[in-house]
Structure formats: C-alpha cells, structure tokens
Design a protein around this ligand. Structure first.
Ligand code: ADP
Length: 546
C-alpha cells in the first residue's frame, strides 16, 4: 500500500525558502577584528539570489562544482545557500591545506568557479596555475591582481554579482538524491578523499542537528560556529541555524581567544562549536581575564577526544556546559552526542558526558573485529566502529578507497573503541594511532586525557614508537603550561593512579606545541616523523618502583 503523503523533495532550495519566508529578520553578525558588521536573513537571501543569477550568467548549471575559499562570514553563508539552491554543487576548499593538496582537490572535484575571500588571495595564487578546470575566480573584497594572467578569468565579486536581480527561482524540483555539496577529508593519511552530500542528506542532517536530543537549535538561539565552514560544513550548523531561524555569529578569520571572548561578550551567543584546542584556549583566556560567558547554553566540542578537565573547567569555572559530539566528514558529520541518560546526576553524569557520544537517531553503529565479525555492544569488547544511515556516505567520490566500506554497505570509520547497550561509544584510538604493546592495546586517548588533567600540562599527545621487546611502546609528548616545571616522573606518578603499570610510558618529551592539522587537531603523523628523524629530545625513565 502506498501512502497518501505528498512527495516533496528534500532540497536546499526548499530549506532556503523556508528561512527566507519565515525568519527574514534573523541576523548574521560577522566579526571584523575591530568590531562587527550585521546583516539579516532577508539580505543574505537577496545576495544569494544575486550570486545565483551571476553564476547562471557565467554558465553554471545543475551539478557544476563551485568552490569556496572563504572564512566563516556572511558571504560564505551566501555561497552556502546560493550554490546548492540553484542546483550547482558547493565545494568548500580548506584554506589551510598545503598547496599540493588544494590543487589535488580542486582538480579531483573539477571545480569550474572559485569564490575567494580577498584576504587569502595570496594562498590561492600559489595553487591556481595548477588548477586545470577552474574557469573563473570571483574575488570578494579585492581585485585579485595577484591572480591575473594565470588562465582563469578573475573578476571582482561585486562586479559580477552586485547588479543582479535580488530574486531567484530556487530549485525545489531537483532530485533530492542529487549532489548538493562536497567536502574532502583533511587527508591525514594519503590524498584527501571526497564526500558528496545530497540535498536529502543535508536536509535530514539539519533537522537532526535541531533536535532537542542533539543541539536543540531554535529561533531564540544565536549560533557561533568556530569550526570552519570548510570543515565538514561547520558541523551542519549553518543550515541548521537557517532552518531554525537562529541568529548566526560569524568569527571570520578571528579564531583566537582574544577575539572570540569579546565577540561572545558583545553578541551573547547561546550555542558555540569548535574543536577542543579552541575551547581550552578560550577557557584559559576567560578565566585569566574574568570574562563572563554564562549566557552560553551549550559549547559543542568534538573533532577529537574532549578532555574531561576541559569539560569540568568550563562547568566549574565558567558555569557553562560542554557537550561532546562525534562524527566525521563522511557522516555529515553528526553521528553521536554525549548527553547523559535521563536521571543520571553528579559524578556518574560525568562518566557519560566524558564518553565519545551516544549514537543518535538517523545513524546506526556497530563494532567489528579485524575479520569484520560483529562484536557485542557490552561496553567491554573493543573493535572498529562501523556506521550507516541516510547522512553517512556510501562511497568516496570517484570510488576512491573502496575498502573503507564493508561488503554490506557500512562505513568503516577507522575509529576503535567500545559500544555499550545504551548506544554510548567510547573511542580509545583511531586505528592508525593505536599502540600495540606486547599484543595488548594501550589507549592514547586515555593517556592524553589523564595527562591533560594534570596541573601544569597544557597539551599532551601520545604516539606509538617502535620497541625491540614490546614491538611498540607509548611516547608522551607534553607541552607544559607557562612557568610549570612539572617532570616526567611526576606525570608518570599521576598516570599510575589511573592506569596499569604496563601502560605507563617510559619515553617522554617536552615540546613547545603539539603539531596541529589543518583543522586544529593533534597531528600525530608529524610527531611520529619528528621521532623517527631524531628531532625530539626524548627522556627515558627507569621502570617505576614496584
Ligand atoms: P580527519 O579525518 O581529517 O581528522 P574529520 O574531521 O572527518 O577529518 O575527522 C573525523 C575523525 O575525528 C573521527 O574519525 C575521529 O577519529 C575524530 N573525532 C571526531 N570527534 C571525536 C570525539 N568526540 N572523540 C574522539 N575522536 C573524535
């Protein structure tokens, strides 16, 4: 029996029209470094129509890739809406990629047009000559003189877009399964791989982000995504905010705590989102400078494991709730959120909130062993997480890396850990970061979290290094807080209260900063190379007294 329901495709044109029709007065505030500039959803919608008309005039048609090389600002939101809304495909380029990787992804995606922020034209200039399919570059806020003569036509954004009509017949007729946007994984191993989101997947993911059991985004909210719009679509927050009519506070390129804190004080966001390194800097700055951020309802934190000390620091020193979430570019990204179960309070609540996340509606999760056999969800068995769902990718663009998908169509996440019978995931490692010592796994996430809990420690990353006897052993790379003299012995003592003796690292190094990836995560690949090249000053402790 068929239903009687209307078969309206879930498109971004449909989403765009909703925000425009109902929340025209909602605001988009962009940081300028010295202050802010403000616009409304109505104006953003009009500018999106102008951009769509401009792109259509340049010959952009359904399915053509239009790339953005932009910060989190009102103009990037215009691109987010206009490009898929007209039937083209939004490709967000990561402005922090190395030149070769930028060239690789633009060629792989076959971008026809790039919209670039005037402040980063010089970065694009290094890559543009090698980008084979780009025909046109639109420079927002600048003339792009540095780009002239490289092949593509270079225009001022305002010249192409500024005088276009402010209405557009947004495409609500598209096949909801057609491509709306694409994003490349940041390529911590090998070349970046492309994930192509459909209109349907983005629409459903936006609804999920708005759910009370996720972030509960509503019109009363003001959403500040610190996570870049080129990193897994700013975790879906731009579309979720547009859908819900929530104001958006955009940090532009001003991502340091000394900008974020005043921006927050002035604009009073309720929901903010970013990776742990951003929030630990904000916590330090806010405490040192007595900044009141109690208006924040939720700090969404993910992208890498969130140290308990960071969550408790926010709660106890700033009165603000940090919520850990888990996901990947491949999962749109939201797949799990660590809200404690109903009725759980006090210390027990922390044991849930410190976990990686609880799988939420729309995503299914299982753990499997090395041979792909499913393991019990008993909170004990350790295996690789596999996920599936309507906003989880079924393949990479152009069929890259097919072995990342199981025979029955689940995504192999490359994350390893436990799953319990309430859907709580605990990641112990990424599979490429696991430390296998004498046949047993040592969790780098556990070691790092315990170390970052210690007084005097700013950052800590633990990597596996070769060992003659145990095959691999952990090496702890620690960044001390300014003025701290904490020693490796003291840190090992601290660890010994939480971990088994054989899990305690004997190799230690104190460094100035943990190397970071283009999206601000610890880059263990670089640390491993520094170790292999003998660039780290490693201290080896004698075994602890038993
Ligand atoms: P990249 O793979 O280049 O880092 P992604 O942003 O897609 O790009 O990263 C997804 C990965 O980030 C996950 O597979 C997982 O390893 C890690 N991750 C995300 N959120 C968490 C979390 N809350 N705890 C631990 N790891 C996380």
């Amino acid at each position: 029996m068929q239903s009687t329901m209307q078969d309206v495709p879930l498109t971004l044109g449909f989403l765009l029209r909703h925000g425009l029709a109902n929340f025209g007065k909602s605001k988009v505030v962009t940081c300028t470094g010295e202050g802010t500039r403000e616009t409304t959803f109505r104006e953003v919608g009009e500018q999106a129509a102008q951009l769509a008309n401009g792109l259509a005039g340049m010959g952009i048609r359904d399915g053509d890739r239009v790339a953005t090389f932009q910060w989190n600002n009102a103009e990037h939101l215009v691109s987010y809406l206009a490009i898929p809304g007209m039937g083209a495909v939004l490709h967000t380029l990561n402005v922090r990629l190395f030149t070769e990787q930028l060239v690789y992804v633009a060629n792989h995606a076959e971008d026809r047009v790039i919209i670039v922020d005037g402040s980063i034209v010089a970065l694009l200039a290094k890559a543009l000559p090698e980008m084979k399919t780009v025909e046109h570059v639109l420079v927002h806020g600048g003339d792009g003189a540095e780009l002239q003569g490289m092949g593509p036509t270079i225009s001022r954004y305002e010249d192409v877009v500024g005088s276009q009509p402010t209405t557009f017949d947004w495409r609500t007729d598209l096949d909801e399964r057609s491509a709306a946007a694409m994003c490349y994984t940041s390529g911590t191993t090998g070349n970046p791989k492309g994930v192509v989101y459909s209109h349907r997947s983005v629409y459903l993911h936006s609804m999920a982000a708005c759910m009370g059991s996720a972030f509960g985004v509503g019109e009363q909210d003001r959403v500040l995504p610190v996570v870049p719009m080129f990193h897994a679509n700013a975790w879906g927050l731009a579309y979720a905010a547009w859908m819900a009519g929530a104001d958006m506070i955009m940090p532009d390129r001003y991502l340091q705590a000394e900008y974020l804190c005043p921006l927050m004080t002035n604009e009073r966001p309720t929901i903010v989102a970013g990776v742990p390194t951003v929030w630990s800097a904000v916590l330090r700055y806010a405490v040192e400078n007595n900044v009141d951020v109690s208006f924040l309802r939720t700090v969404i934190c993910g992208g890498s494991a969130v140290p308990l000390s960071l969550m408790k620091g926010f709660q106890e020193q700033l009165g603000v709730r940090v919520v850990q979430a888990w996901g990947m570019t491949e999962t749109s990204p939201l797949a799990a959120i660590a809200h404690a179960p109903a009725g759980v309070t006090g210390e027990e609540e922390w044991t849930y909130r410190a976990r990686t996340g609880r799988v939420f509606a729309g995503v299914e999760c299982r753990i499997v062993d090395d041979a792909g056999a499913e393991l019990p969800a008993d909170g004990e068995a350790v295996g690789e997480f596999e996920v599936r769902g309507p906003w989880v990718t079924a393949s990479y663009y152009q069929g890259d890396d097919p072995e990342r998908f199981s025979d029955d169509g689940w995504l192999r996440t490359g994350d390893v850990g436990t799953l319990d019978d309430m859907g709580f995931m605990q990641i112990t490692d990424r599979s490429k970061d696991v430390i296998k010592s004498g046949g047993e796994w040592i969790s780098s996430v556990d070691l790092e979290n315990t170390l970052m809990d210690a007084e005097g420690v700013l950052e800590a990353a633990v990597i596996a290094v070769p060992d003659d006897r145990w095959s691999e052993r952990p090496l702890a790379a620690v960044v001390r807080e300014a003025g701290s003299q904490i020693t490796a012995e003291q840190l090992r003592d601290k660890l010994s209260a939480h971990l088994a003796r054989w899990q305690l690292p004997e190799r230690w190094t104190f460094i100035d900063e943990v190397p970071k990836t283009s999206v601000g995560k610890f880059d263990k690949k670089v640390l491993r190379k520094q170790y292999a090249d003998g660039d780290l000053d490693v201290q080896e402790l004698a075994p602890p007294p038993s």
